[in-house]
Ligand binder design. Structure first.
Ligand SMILES: Cc1cc2nc3c(=O)[nH]c(=O)nc-3n(C[C@H](O)[C@H](O)[C@H](O)COP(=O)(O)O)c2cc1C
Length: 360
């Protein structure tokens, strides 16, 4: 089969030009094992959990390429002080969330969800980064924000630094901060996303980046997408939605059913989960917040704390109409559950066939 390795693959030691982002450690490990570059989403994990995950990745993957992803947005509060955030939440917002709780019969079990288990703050980011700096992590990705206080020390320790960007000026900022690899993530992407579509974005980021490798994200689901990404100048793709359909991800069956049935237009962008624009599969949750009667979501981290507990309780108590997940427009290409190995095998075959067709 045609070799798909790009110079970036050679640099990182990967067989396939595919980065796979997942919040499931099992999925991230499987992606690296099967030729891709697994990136574990650690942003909502505690330093202790990150330490355990890093040890597991190191032990199980050895010299294979892998990484973790942190999100360190600018403008977060200094400390992890929930009481201070709670005090600033307007009554109208609380009343609205209480109304949803009553309407959908969501039990209050007093437990937080992943968005409210700690307050996103400078303090929590520094504690996460400290653990990373003490590890042998080969690749560190930053999903939002490219702070120099992270990039500089990580590079000194030999880590490859990746920044996800949604606009050329973000790429320029990340390059100035020292990023080694830029992920150009378009509007199509699942989760936090910007306003520029992948096709409009990638060639512009390639032009801005010069010799720095660019990776295309947002809407990649087939080998045709990978070949197109390469034609636009990217050296790899970065995928998130695809893995939600893999058994290693452990997607809840009710959410999996919604994802399988979804077309691209069934994903919506809402600020109701985190305060930032987050593409997700449409559900009773996004509909309720899109209603004229709903208040405008608060900014991060206030929205995290306003809704974090209730989102956790929706999942734990399986309140089906409100259950949802971030997902991108590529959701339309997947309609059955599969495995990481199958997805990567299919992508390899399809990409090689597409490139061979061009050569012929
Ligand atoms: C369920 C899910 C959760 C995500 N969480 C994060 C995150 O915590 N940090 C991050 O940098 N990107 C996150 N993303 C975005 C991915 O890194 C990636 O850019 C995106 O999924 C690519 O587009 P695609 O969804 O069309 O494959 C998430 C994506 C999904 C689908």
């Amino acid at each position: 089969m045609t070799n798909l390795r790009t110079p970036l693959c050679d640099e990182l030691g990967a067989r396939l030009p595919v980065f796979g982002f997942s919040h499931s450690l099992d999925a991230a490990i499987a992606i690296s094992r099967h030729g891709g570059i697994g990136i574990w989403g650690a942003t909502r994990s505690t330093p202790e959990e990150i330490e355990i995950a890093l040890t597991r990745m190191h032990d199980e993957l050895g010299d294979l390429p892998y990484g973790i992803d942190l999100v360190i947005p600018p403008g977060m509060p200094d400390s992890d002080n929930r009481a201070e955030i709670e005090a600033a939440i307007p009554d109208d917002h609380r009343t609205f969330v209480d109304g949803l709780r009553a309407r959908f019969d969501i039990p209050d079990d007093g437990q937080p969800g992943m968005r409210s288990r700690f307050v996103r703050s400078e303090e929590s980011a520094r504690a996460q980064v400290e653990v990373v700096m003490d590890s042998h992590l080969p690749i560190l990705a930053l999903g939002i924000g490219s702070p120099e206080w992270v990039i500089g020390p990580a590079k000194e320790r030999g880590m490859k630094m990746i920044s996800l960007v949604g606009q050329p000026r973000h790429a320029e900022r990340a390059l100035r901060a020292g990023a080694d690899i830029i992920v150009a993530q378009g509007y199509d992407a699942g989760a936090h996303t910007g306003t520029v579509g992948t096709f409009s974005l990638v060639p512009r980021i390639v032009d801005v980046c010069g010799d720095t490798p660019v990776v295309a994200a947002g809407g990649v689901a087939t080998g045709r997408h990978i070949a197109a990404a390469m034609a636009m100048g990217a050296q790899a793709v970065w995928m998130g939605t695809a893995w939600l359909f893999c058994e290693e991800e452990h997607t809840h069956p009710a959410i999996a059913a919604k994802l399988r049935a979804a077309e691209s237009a069934d994903t919506v962008i809402s600020r109701a989960d985190s305060g930032k624009t987050l593409r997700q599969v449409r559900s009773g949750w996004s509909d309720a917040w899109a209603d004229d009667a709903a208040p405008a979501p608060l900014k991060m981290p206030y929205q995290d704390i306003l809704v974090g507990d209730v989102l956790g309780q929706i999942e734990r108590h399986e309140i089906e109409p409100l259950m949802h997940s971030p997902a991108g427009q590529s959701v339309a290409y997947f309609d059955e559950m599969t495995t990481v190995a199958d997805v990567l095998d299919r992508l390899e075959t399809e990409t090689a066939a597409t490139l061979d067709r061009f050569r012929a």
